[in-house]
Each structure stands twice: as C-alpha cells, then as structure tokens.
Design a protein around this ligand. Sequence first.
Ligand SMILES: Cc1cc2nc3c(=O)[nH]c(=O)nc-3n(C[C@H](O)[C@H](O)[C@H](O)COP(=O)(O)OP(=O)(O)OC[C@H]3O[C@@H](n4cnc5c(N)ncnc54)[C@H](O)[C@@H]3O)c2cc1C
Length: 416
Amino acid sequence: MDFDDTPQEAEFRARCRAFLEQHLEPLDPDETSPNMLGEREDDAAIQRAKDWQATKFDNGWAVLTWPKEYGGQGMGRMEAVIWGQEEAKFKTPPAIYGIGHGMLGPTLMTHGSDEQKAQYVKEMARGQEVWCQLFSEPAAGSDLAGLRTTAVRDGDEWVLNGQKIWSTGAHYCDWGMIVTRTDPNAAKHAGLTYFIVDMRSPGIEVRPIQQINGASGFNEVFFSDVRVPEGNRLGAEGNGWQVAITTLMNERVAIGAGGGGGRLKDLLTLARESRRGGRPAIEDASVRQQIADFWITSKGLQYVGYRTLSALSRGGTPGPEGAIGKAVGAPLGQQLAAFAIELQGAMGALNQDDLVPMEAMWQDAYLGSPGLRIAGGTDEILKNIIAERVLGLPPEMRVDKDKPFRDVPTGPPSKS
Ligand SMILES: Cc1cc2nc3c(=O)[nH]c(=O)nc-3n(C[C@H](O)[C@H](O)[C@H](O)COP(=O)(O)OP(=O)(O)OC[C@H]3O[C@@H](n4cnc5c(N)ncnc54)[C@H](O)[C@@H]3O)c2cc1C
C-alpha cells in the first residue's frame, strides 16, 4: 500500500478541508486533542452534535461510505479515513454517532427488510434521532449469548422483560437495538432474536451510572412489559446471534481504529514542558526511550489498521483480525496516560482542570482507559478471538454449547 495521497485523494482532502473551514473553528496546532471520552454530554452538547450532523448531511458529507439511497455518499473507506483525519483538526461537538453509524447502521443495512431500511437508515444518517446498543446484561457481557432478557410473542407484538446494563448514551437516545431470548428450549446461541426498540416506549426505565471520572456516559435500562411491534424484529426469529455478530464485528473495527497513537503529539508536548532533574523531561534518555517505544507500537497499529482498511476497500466485511487493533490500541492508550501522569510528578495526583497541565486531560484519559479495555470485548476475549479465529489454535471448552438454555446451570447445585 502506498501511504501518500494519490492526486485524486489530495484533491478530495482539499475539498474536505474547504468545507470544514467554512463551518468549524480549527484546533490550534498546540492545543491538546479533545478528551478521550468526549466532551461531557449535556443537553447543549448533544444539540450541537445534532446540528453539526444535520449540516454535514445537508451538504453531502455525512456517513460517506453508506449508499446514496440511505443518506450516504457511496464513497470508499479511504475517503472516509481522509475525511476523519481532516475533521479531527477542527473543534467538533461530542461524538455521539459512533454506535449508530459505526455499528447499528451497517447491521440494519445487512439484515433489515426493505421497509425497515427505508424507515430508519436515512434518518439515522441525518442524526436527529440517536441510537444505542442494548446488548450487555449484569450476567451476560463477554458471554453475551447467555443473556436473559426475554421477548414473548403476543399477537402482532412482542413483550420484553429484563435488564440491560452499560448502555452507552441510552439517556439521550431515541432508538435502541436489543438482543433478547425468545426460545429458552433452544441452545443458548440459537434461541435469540434481535429487535429495534423505541426508547420512549412505556415500561422502559433508564438509570444513568456514575463513573470514576464523574461523567455518566452509560446506563442501566430496565424493561417491564415493553411492547415492541413484530415489524421491529430485525432478522428471523431465533437468528439474533447472527445479527448480533454483524454488530460486534463492526464494533471492533470502529473501536480499534481509535487506538492510543493519536495522543503521542500531546505526550511529546508534555515531555517538552515538564521538568526532570532540573531539565526538560524530553532530554532524559529514559523518557525518550519510552516515547520511542510508544511511537513504534502506534505505527504498527496504524499499519495493521491500513491492512484492515485495504481489505474493506476491496469489498470485504470486517473480520476477526479487527480485534488486533483494539487488543493493542486500548492498552497503549492506558500506558500513554499512565506515563503522562508520571511525567507530571506530584501534580499527577490532582485532577483539577485549572491546576494540572493540559487541563487534566491525561487524568481523564487515565480514568477512562480501563473502560476502553473492556468495552466491545475485553482484552482476554480479543486474545481468544485472535487465537481461535486468526491463528487457528484449538478453541476454548464450551460445556453449555449444545444444551437447551433452560438447562444451563446458573448457580451452585442445590443440596436436595
Ligand atoms: C465504556 C464502556 C461502554 C460500553 N457500552 C456498551 C453499550 O453501549 N452497550 C452494551 O450492550 N454494552 C456496553 N458495554 C459493556 C461491555 O460490552 C461489557 O462490559 C463487556 O462485554 C464485558 O462484559 P462484562 O462487563 O459482563 O465482564 P465479564 O464478561 O463478566 O468479564 C469479567 C472478566 O472475566 C474475563 N473473561 C470473561 N470470559 C472470559 C473467557 N472466556 N476467557 C478469558 N477471560 C474471560 C474478562 O476478560 C474480564 O476480565 C460497555 C462497556 C464499557 C466499559
């Protein structure tokens, strides 16, 4: 792969930049990148995000890779990457469309009926309605197929009961995509069905969870006799696992693409501005060595990402190798933040924006980084995927694989 822009790509980059300059304020080159977990998402910030999305949509710059009939531009992945690189140089509102545009839109386009695609996809692209992912439960995260939220058919509707957790953005979302158990007599992966849910339906209660960094980005969501029309079933009854896999494969590519490497510029700035032994920290050999190590890892990550992109731009779908980007990128982000805090000396223990270098962005990144090693597949699960599906090593033992779900034990055996 040639990493320089072709003449066409350079021309496209210039067009992106011209549009962005017309509508957004550029980031000062010395300014730090936006917070890793995004700006705190209050109502005003959500509205700014919606306004910016509408501007992009109305001017032909939204969801570039989606087909034109669904509000996209029918462009290739390379154009989307170039757009992303250029947009990142400007002050943008918080990124609230990662789940909808990165994961749920592609799922709808792959598995939705013509009516569902016509009803939802273009609106999703325009972004005035925001979507969340309702997969994880208190006892079903890595083992997602062990989920227990039920959906029972009642005439032309399904009745949902149960609890989801860690639902990012559910408190401001209009729509959700949910995986439920519809057949407890089938083996655990076979008895699942996938639905689109109106988040304003009676019986849905959203409770925000407060995080260690003070933000409340995700939620518990309770379902009590929530009625969902049969027309909102996505994919066949009992086929929910296959639909969910499409979402998860897209999730790993979307998350992995972020990585930690983008923050190296900020780390270099910090190393130049911090002092060690009476001199700028950047002059210390051990600091230089560590930054060089980070740089090497982040370059490796970048090129693995390009390899995935090349495959996708040739028309492939995201495969298990997408797990590599996240398995390396999420720990890298955490290591960068830990090293940056160490560079700050005693100041590293504080977290007040007005006292700490770079408005405490490294403290925020450090507190958020464990979550990024869990979201969308934990480190261990990603390593299992790489071992089994990329390297072809023997699979984990799965004792409950072919058992009817209702016979899978959920606690210690009873004494009687
Ligand atoms: C920032 C963030 C955002 C999220 N957003 C969403 C969202 O929008 N929607 C949603 O549905 N969910 C979301 N999640 C939930 C996320 O998908 C789950 O947290 C994740 O899948 C792990 O599940 P768990 O928390 O139940 O941990 P568990 O699965 O209980 O794992 C606990 C530990 O056991 C290890 N482990 C589990 N199984 C194995 C195994 N087979 N082999 C080796 N080790 C194993 C794990 O690696 C982990 O260390 C989010 C999570 C985070 C942190």
